[in-house]
Design a protein around this ligand. Structure first.
Ligand SMILES: Cc1cc2nc3c(=O)[nH]c(=O)nc-3n(C[C@H](O)[C@H](O)[C@H](O)COP(=O)(O)O)c2cc1C
Length: 203
């Protein structure tokens, strides 16, 4: 049994990062962690969402997923973020959420949290790695401890080999090109394992 509280915080327009977050959730629960799966609040104008049928469908299907709150960050020992690339950077929806964390940061409440990031893009070299690194920049300012997957499991090789965090390419139909399910699950288990070491060390 794990004694770790894990917040999985994602943003997804068309479902890819939601699916990755769900795989992470399943593995984390199997590991015995207490898990909250929450989304960064949608900020795009309704007209933009309506203009893309896949976006509209996903938006409506995930209406019931709770929106990420600062309390989730305080509650959790570890965080997994999953975000699509936006020109090699974070989606504004996730950035907006991160930009509300100044108070927690000031109080030192984000220090020593164990974090890990995942991403997706339309092209195989479309900015997956850079997006995760951009996310990690904020995590370093928090004083969080990054638990990157590296090449700690064979699943990294089968999924495209991104050592910064699991990432996937999405084709024009919205299908994932690489099989990343096992890599996502390994990353979730590893995040919980590292969080367990950190938590035990802080007692
Ligand atoms: C504004 C915008 C910028 C994007 N920039 C890139 C990019 O630079 N490279 C790329 O390969 N894909 C890019 N994409 C594609 C998304 O990353 C892709 O749709 C996303 O990873 C799918 O994830 P989701 O299903 O979770 O929304 C962009 C999409 C949008 C809407």
């Amino acid at each position: 049994m794990s004694n770790i509280n894990l917040a999985i915080i994602y943003y997804s327009s068309t479902g890819t990062n939601y699916q990755m977050a769900k795989w992470a959730e399943a593995a984390a629960k199997e590991s015995g962690a207490e898990v909250k799966l929450v989304k960064a609040e949608e900020l795009a104008p309704q007209a933009a969402i309506e203009s893309n049928p896949a976006w509209k469908k996903h938006y409506e299907e995930t209406r019931d997923v709770p929106v990420a709150a600062l309390d989730d960050l305080e509650w959790a020992d570890a965080y997994i973020f999953s975000i699509p690339t936006r020109f090699g950077n974070l989606p504004a929806q996730m950035k907006q959420f991160l930009d509300t964390t100044g108070g927690l940061w000031f109080q030192g409440k984000l220090a020593n949290k164990v974090v890990s990031g995942m991403s997706s893009a339309s092209n195989s070299h479309g900015g997956q790695e850079q997006t995760i690194l951009a996310l990690y920049t904020t995590m370093m300012h928090w004083g969080a401890i990054i638990a990157a997957p590296g090449y700690t499991d064979q699943s990294a090789f089968a999924s495209g080999g991104n050592p910064y965090g699991t990432s996937v390419t999405v084709d024009q139909e919205g299908n994932m090109v690489e099989d990343v399910q096992e890599a996502v699950k390994h990353q979730a288990r590893r995040t919980i394992e590292v969080a367990g070491w950190v938590k035990a060390g802080m007692k």
